[in-house]
Write a protein of this length. Structure first.
Length: 425
């Protein structure tokens, strides 16, 4: 995998155990790679081309003007009048990610893709020696450039995956940064609390309430103190990570739910249109459920309304309307739609701006037994629809009649902390 690497004796060079790759301004970089006319120009990627939305990503040319993720399009055009606003193409980003993974694995196996633009590699044997790890990092960078001149990445090397990710964040774009265990924790003291991976605004406030305002003060805490401040074992785990210990993450627990949610475009902000979008989200969730070969024993729906949505974004306790029910183990679209209709009858007649659907209490196929009143024909119909759409590589080539005319509604997006399958598109 790693090609010809020289041999070194133990103690001759320091070692690192992890390589972390962070793709810089990924969505915007892919757009610049795919559209040559955008290269070297400021780009903002948005979910919907309207001034009322915000940027999902910004190219480094746009960041130079102060545009960043979360900047409203209206503000972005003030900060950078010549910015190019382009609609996101999630399927393209996943396709590029698969090409990037293939290019990376010519040098190192991927331990885990943490998101569509972040990947970690666990180094072993001779790969761990710092000269070799650095060489592998530059080889990966070159392979990425060979794949696309607009694609750039930052690479971090460290004693654990957490610190390798931290190192990758320290030098963007196109950097390669090393954090050695012998330099910890004082090598982190130059950082701000909010720069530490895992410290949110809320956690920063909590730390400030304990008179912790710098990373140096944070690193002087004991593991027990960090556990008490976090209120969970996560604080203790972070203490070990910050001090260079390679505490492995717990294995992923079995999936408990499948959910889909969507902020409604203005033309869908009526109770009737929101209902149809909800049906489409449910159809996508049911398709995902069958692909996972699992069954759901619960269904829920949530709606945020225009007079509550601003409060929700400002961390108010208001949450709009939601309802759920337990059901007999099910995964066919028609039966799930029947349950959805039953829940929707109680939805208030306000102006909806956000709809979410989730299927929960999942069990794998091997634990499922056919119920006395189950209709296997419905499963056959749903499976047949899946096979046709898969064969022709179109998510909704064949669909149930209630979804007619919703082709542009609720397209598949890329979540922050997971990677959708190409079949999701």
């Amino acid at each position: 995998m790693s090609g010809c690497l020289p041999s070194f004796s133990e103690g001759q060079f320091p070692t690192v155990d992890w390589l972390f790759l962070d793709l810089n301004s990924y969505f915007a970089s892919v757009e610049q790679q795919d559209q040559e006319s955008l290269r070297g120009r400021p780009v903002g990627v948005v979910a919907v081309e309207t001034d009322s939305t915000c940027c999902l990503a910004a190219s480094y040319e746009a960041k130079a003007y102060g545009v960043k993720t979360g900047t409203s399009v209206k503000d972005a055009k003030v900060l950078c009048p010549h910015i190019n606003i382009v609609a996101a193409r999630p399927k393209l980003y996943v396709e590029y990610q698969q090409k990037i993974i293939k290019a990376m694995e010519e040098h190192l196996p991927i331990y885990k893709a943490f998101s569509v633009d972040e990947m970690g590699c666990h180094l072993m044997g001779r790969e761990r020696f710092l000269p070799n790890a650095t060489t592998l990092g530059y080889r990966i960078k070159q392979s990425l450039r060979n794949l696309g001149v607009a694609l750039r990445c930052s690479i971090g090397l460290g004693p654990n995956c957490y610190l390798a990710k931290t190192a990758a964040d320290l030098c963007k774009p196109d950097g390669l940064t090393i954090l050695l265990k012998k330099d910890l924790p004082h090598a982190l003291h130059c950082m701000k609390l909010r720069d530490v991976v895992g410290i949110s605004h809320a956690m920063e406030r909590r730390l400030n309430n304990h008179n912790i305002t710098t990373v140096e003060q944070l690193c002087k805490l004991t593991s027990e103190q960090m556990r008490n401040i976090w209120g969970s074992v996560q604080g203790e785990t972070m203490w070990y990570w910050l001090h260079g210990e390679d505490w492995k993450e717990k294995p992923d627990s079995p999936r408990k739910s499948v959910g889909k949610q969507h902020v409604l475009a203005p033309k869908y902000r009526t109770r009737e249109q929101a209902y149809l979008v909800g049906l489409k989200l449910l159809t996508n969730a049911a398709t995902k459920l069958r692909r996972l070969n699992m069954w759901a024993r619960g269904i829920g729906v949530t709606v945020a309304f225009s007079h509550l949505f601003r409060e929700i974004k400002n961390e108010s306790k208001s949450s709009g309307w939601n309802a759920h029910r337990n059901i007999s183990a099910c995964r066919d679209t028609m039966t799930l739609q029947d349950h959805f209709r039953g829940l929707w009858k109680d939805c208030p007649a306000n102006t909806p701006v956000h709809v979410g659907v989730w299927l929960y209490d999942l069990i794998p196929d091997e634990l499922h037994t056919l119920g006395f009143f189950d209709d296997p024909k419905r499963d056959t119909v749903s499976n047949t629809v899946d096979e046709i759409n898969k064969r022709f590589r179109q998510q909704h080539l064949v669909y149930f009649g209630g979804l007619h005319g919703l082709g542009d509604a609720a397209p598949t997006r890329i979540p922050f902390f997971s990677v959708p399958d190409l079949e999701d598109f």
